[in-house]
Design a protein. Structure first.
Length: 357
């Protein structure tokens, strides 16, 4: 099956209120007769030179020593699930992705976020935090419980998350005034998120619009409402191709001029469809064709590679130099002040992960 994203892709989704480089998104989960379909768009005012990673199950990992809890404990875990992730910064820095159990995670910029202060829990920055969820959680319920044992580290950009699982469960996860805030089940009547706190977006939706224009970054309230309206209006008899319909939502209903990636996850089939502003033809990945067993070479692929259709055979072994340059370039473009020594230290730590005994 081949599908082309409309030329509107170059105007697709997301938001940003900062004049400088910024990262933002809109996500939604759509219920269909065949199972949930999840849509995600990434917006950026800088190039999105990221990679798609195949993350193996059975890998022994550890949080960064500098992010130990107040008792000196770091977080150690073994990845229970393999996953495919889309990473802007490099290996282990997941922006969005899906694991073998069908759990999908996506992050969106939320300037109102305020992450918790250091406490007894070990911490991870936002990218590795998302990877940890995909490594260890098979359901929304498990993902919600992550905060009780691991703290997300204050970092830039501040974000919040929309998570969905194979059963159609969905949760918004935020940190407001240092407190963990979660909406799920009946508390999540709209399965969508943009770039305003979920409660505020829901209130605006019920009101019919935002209260103040300046509290509505990048027309977040409108995108939130449009994603929901499209999702609940889906009719399989009229449009049997739910993936195509979800792409229509991303590129037509919730679009912005600076979208870089558009991704649709067919959770029931464990399939991913995506395109980018650099390479518009739709690419397809089937998790069932992926070898997630630990021991073989780690695999990666340029998210902007000029490919079309099934791309499972185009992954190549992990390349230290490419990953290092991706990390270095992103930090420079985003204005992160990090020394070359610190960058090398991050790479060494991540590349020390090995198959568990």
């Amino acid at each position: 099956m081949r599908m082309h994203i409309p030329t509107l892709l170059c105007y697709s989704l997301l938001i940003c209120v900062l004049v400088g480089p910024s990262q933002a998104c809109t996500s939604f989960c759509m219920d269909t007769p065949d199972g949930p379909v999840f849509g995600y768009n990434l917006d950026l005012f800088i190039p999105a030179d990221g990679h798609v990673f195949i993350n193996q199950r059975g890998m022994a990992k550890e949080s960064f020593p500098s992010q130990a809890g107040t008792k000196g404990d770091t977080l150690k875990w073994i990845s229970k699930y393999g996953s495919v992730t889309f990473n802007l910064v490099g290996r282990e820095w997941a922006n969005t992705g899906m694991n073998e159990a069908g759990l999908v995670i996506s992050n969106m910029e939320l300037l109102a976020s305020e992450f918790p202060a250091r406490d007894e829990r070990p911490a991870l920055p936002i990218g590795p935090w998302a990877q940890y969820v995909l490594d260890t959680c098979g359901s929304v319920q498990e993902a919600v419980h992550v905060d009780s044992k691991m703290r997300i580290e204050d970092s830039t950009p501040p974000v919040h998350y929309l998570i969905a699982d194979a059963e159609g469960n969905c949760a918004s996860i935020e940190w407001m005034e240092g407190k963990f805030v979660c909406h799920t089940g009946k508390d999540l009547p709209v399965k969508a998120m943009s770039n305003m706190p979920y409660a505020r977006a829901l209130a605006a939706y019920k009101r019919g619009g935002p209260r103040w224009w300046w509290s509505n970054p990048g027309r977040s309230a409108q995108r939130f409402a449009a994603a929901h309206t499209r999702s609940v209006s889906y009719d399989a008899d009229q449009e049997p191709d739910a993936v195509k319909y979800a792409f229509g939502t991303l590129v037509e209903a919730v679009s912005a001029p600076h979208t870089k990636w558009s991704i649709v996850y067919d959770i029931a089939k464990r399939e991913i469809w995506y395109g980018t502003v650099v390479s518009r033809p739709v690419k397809h990945i089937s998790l069932e064709k992926m070898d997630f067993a630990c021991g073989g070479p780690l695999q990666m692929q340029d998210v902007n590679a000029g490919l079309e259709g099934d791309v499972e055979t185009f992954f190549t072994p992990y390349d230290h130099d490419i990953n290092l340059e991706t990390f270095r370039t992103f930090c420079r473009r985003y204005g992160h002040e990090i020394s070359e020594g610190e960058i090398i230290g991050v790479m060494k730590h991540i590349e020390s992960f090995e198959c568990a005994d």
